[in-house]
Write a protein that binds this ligand. Structure first.
Ligand SMILES: Cc1cc2nc3c(=O)[nH]c(=O)nc-3n(C[C@H](O)[C@H](O)[C@H](O)COP(=O)(O)OP(=O)(O)OC[C@H]3O[C@@H](n4cnc5c(N)ncnc54)[C@H](O)[C@@H]3O)c2cc1C
Length: 383
C-alpha cells in the first residue's frame, strides 16, 4: 500500500516537500498537492514587476509544468480541513492522507486597516504588486510612504528593499527631487536579528534621503485628507501609499481548529513541525514556529517534514531537528545586493551575519531563483 500524503498549498513549502518525496520514492508514493492558483510567483518577483523590471507573464511559473512521478497536482480551493482524520474538503472532492501537510501560507486582511483599500495600494499580493506597475508611472511629486500595517509580516527586508527600488525608480524618471520617501516599521531597526544589516540599511537610507520611522505601524489611512495615521496618533501626509497589509491565518485553517484565531499562527513542535494532531504538519508562513515569514524558512521547514516522512516509510531514524537557518538576499538598489545569514532556533536568541552589498550577490540571488525553478518545474538554467 502506498503512503498517501496530502499537501495543501503549492508555495515554497508545498513545492519543496512534494519534490523531495518524488525524488525519494517516484511512483511508489501517492502525493496529492492542492492549490487554488494556476502558478507560483516568487515574492521578490512581485517587486520586479511592480518597478517595471519584468513582465507579469515572465514571473508566473505554471503548475502545469510541475510534473513529478508520484505527485498529482490539483487546482482547486480547500474549503475545510479535518485534522483528526487528516482530511481536506475541496471544490473537487475530499482527500484523506496518512500524512496531511498544511502549507497554505499567510493571507492578507486589507480591510483591517481602515482606508487602505480605498486610499492606498498594497503590494504584497500578486494582483496588488502587478497593478502598481501602472500606478507608479503616475506618481510625480510629494510624499511616498512604505508602511507596515501589522506586526507579523512576510520577508522583513522587503519594505526596505522597496524603498531603495522606489528611490532608483524615481531617480531614473527625474522625479526624486520632487518626492520624499519614508518607511514605517514596527521595529527599532530594519532587521532586528542582524544589527550589521540594520546599520547598513540605515546608512543607505541616510545617503539616499529616505526617512525611517521606527517602532510604529500604520493604523489607518484617511483617503480624503491623504494622511496615514500611525499607532501613536502621528499623522503623515502621503501622495503614494505602498502598504504591507495585516497578515492573518487563512480562515479555513482557523475553522479547522489548527489555530486559535486569525492572529495566532498554527502551533507546532519546533523541532518537527508537527501540529497538535498526529500526522498533521504545518510548514511555512502558516506556522507559529517563530521564524520570519520567508520562503527560505518555508522551504527548510518543508525539508524537515519530507525527511521525517521518508525516514518513517523506510523505517529509519527521524531527521535532525529544524534549525531555521537561512539566507536572505537584500536589494540595496543601484545594482547592489547583500546577503544576511540568519539562524533562529539553535540558541537562546536569533543570530544573523551580514555580507555587505555587492554586485557579486546579484548572480547568487539569481541562482537562488533559477535553481528552484529548475528543481521544481524542470526549467532550463538561464544562459
Ligand atoms: C514582496 C515580497 C518579497 C519577498 N521576498 C522574499 C525573498 O527575497 N526571500 C524569501 O525567502 N522570501 C521572500 N518573501 C516571502 C515568501 O514569498 C513567503 O514567505 C513564502 O512564499 C512562504 O511560503 P509558503 O509555502 O509558506 O506559502 P506561499 O508561498 O504563500 O504558498 C501558499 C499557497 O497556498 C495556496 N492557498 C492558500 N489558501 C488556499 C486554499 N484555501 N485552497 C487552495 N490553495 C490555497 C496559495 O494559492 C499559495 O500558492 C517575499 C514576500 C513578499 C510579499
Amino acid at each position: 500500500m502506498k503512503t498517501r500524503v496530502v499537501i495543501l498549498g503549492a508555495g515554497f513549502g508545498g513545492l519543496e516537500l512534494s519534490t523531495m518525496l518524488s525524488e525519494a520514492f517516484g511512483d511508489a508514493i501517492d502525493v496529492t498537492l492542492i492549490d487554488k492558483g494556476d502558478s507560483f510567483v516568487f515574492g521578490f518577483s512581485k517587486l520586479d514587476v511592480m518597478f517595471g523590471r519584468k513582465l507579469p507573464d515572465a514571473v508566473r511559473n505554471r503548475y502545469s509544468d510541475f510534473v513529478k512521478p508520484g505527485v498529482r497536482f490539483l487546482r482547486t480551493t480547500v474549503r475545510s480541513i479535518d485534522p483528526v482524520n487528516r482530511r481536506a474538503v475541496t471544490d473537487d472532492g475530499t482527500f484523506e492522507g496518512d500524512v496531511l501537510v498544511v502549507a497554505l501560507g499567510a493571507d492578507y486582511d486589507v480591510a483591517a486597516t481602515l482606508g487602505l483599500a480605498e486610499g492606498g495600494n498594497e503590494f504584497y499580493s500578486v494582483p496588488g504588486a502587478f497593478a502598481l506597475r501602472d500606478i507608479l508611472p503616475r506618481f510625480e511629486r510629494g510624499p511616498a510612504i512604505i508602511g507596515v500595517c501589522g506586526k507579523s509580516f512576510k520577508c522583513p527586508p522587503a519594505p526596505s528593499e522597496t524603498a531603495f527600488l522606489l528611490h532608483d525608480y524615481l531617480t531614473a524618471r527625474g522625479r526624486r527631487e520632487a518626492t520624499e520617501i519614508s518607511v514605517v516599521m514596527p521595529f527599532g531597526v530594519p532587521i532586528p536579528p542582524s544589527p550589521e544589516a540594520s546599520q547598513a540599511i540605515l546608512g543607505a537610507f541616510a545617503d539616499r534621503g529616505i526617512r525611517f520611522v521606527k517602532d510604529q505601524l500604520v493604523a489607518s489611512l484617511d483617503p480624503a485628507r491623504k494622511v496615514a495615521i500611525l499607532t501613536d496618533g502621528t499623522e503623515m501626509p502621503y501622495e503614494l501609499f505602498l502598504g504591507i497589509p495585516v497578515h492573518r491565518v487563512p480562515q479555513v485553517v482557523v475553522e479547522s481548529g489548527l489555530s486559535a484565531d486569525p492572529y495566532n499562527w498554527v502551533p507546532v513542535n519546533k523541532q518537527t513541525l508537527e501540529t497538535n494532531f498526529p500526522g498533521v504538519y504545518a510548514v511555512g508562513d502558516v506556522n507559529g514556529v517563530g521564524t520570519p515569514k520567508a520562503g527560505v524558512f518555508a522551504e527548510s521547514s518543508a525539508r524537515v517534514v519530507a525527511k521525517a516522512i521518508i525516514a518513517k516509510i523506510r523505517g529509519e531514524e527521524g531527521p535532525a531537528p529544524f534549525r531555521a537557518l537561512g539566507s536572505c538576499y537584500l536589494e540595496f538598489g543601484g545594482g547592489q545586493v547583500a546577503r544576511v545569514d540568519v539562524e533562529f532556533l539553535a540558541g537562546p536568541k536569533p543570530t544573523g551575519s551580514f555580507l555587505g552589498a555587492s554586485e557579486a550577490f546579484i548572480a547568487e540571488k539569481s541562482v537562488f531563483g533559477s535553481s528552484r525553478l529548475q528543481r521544481w518545474f524542470g526549467y532550463p538554467p538561464p544562459q
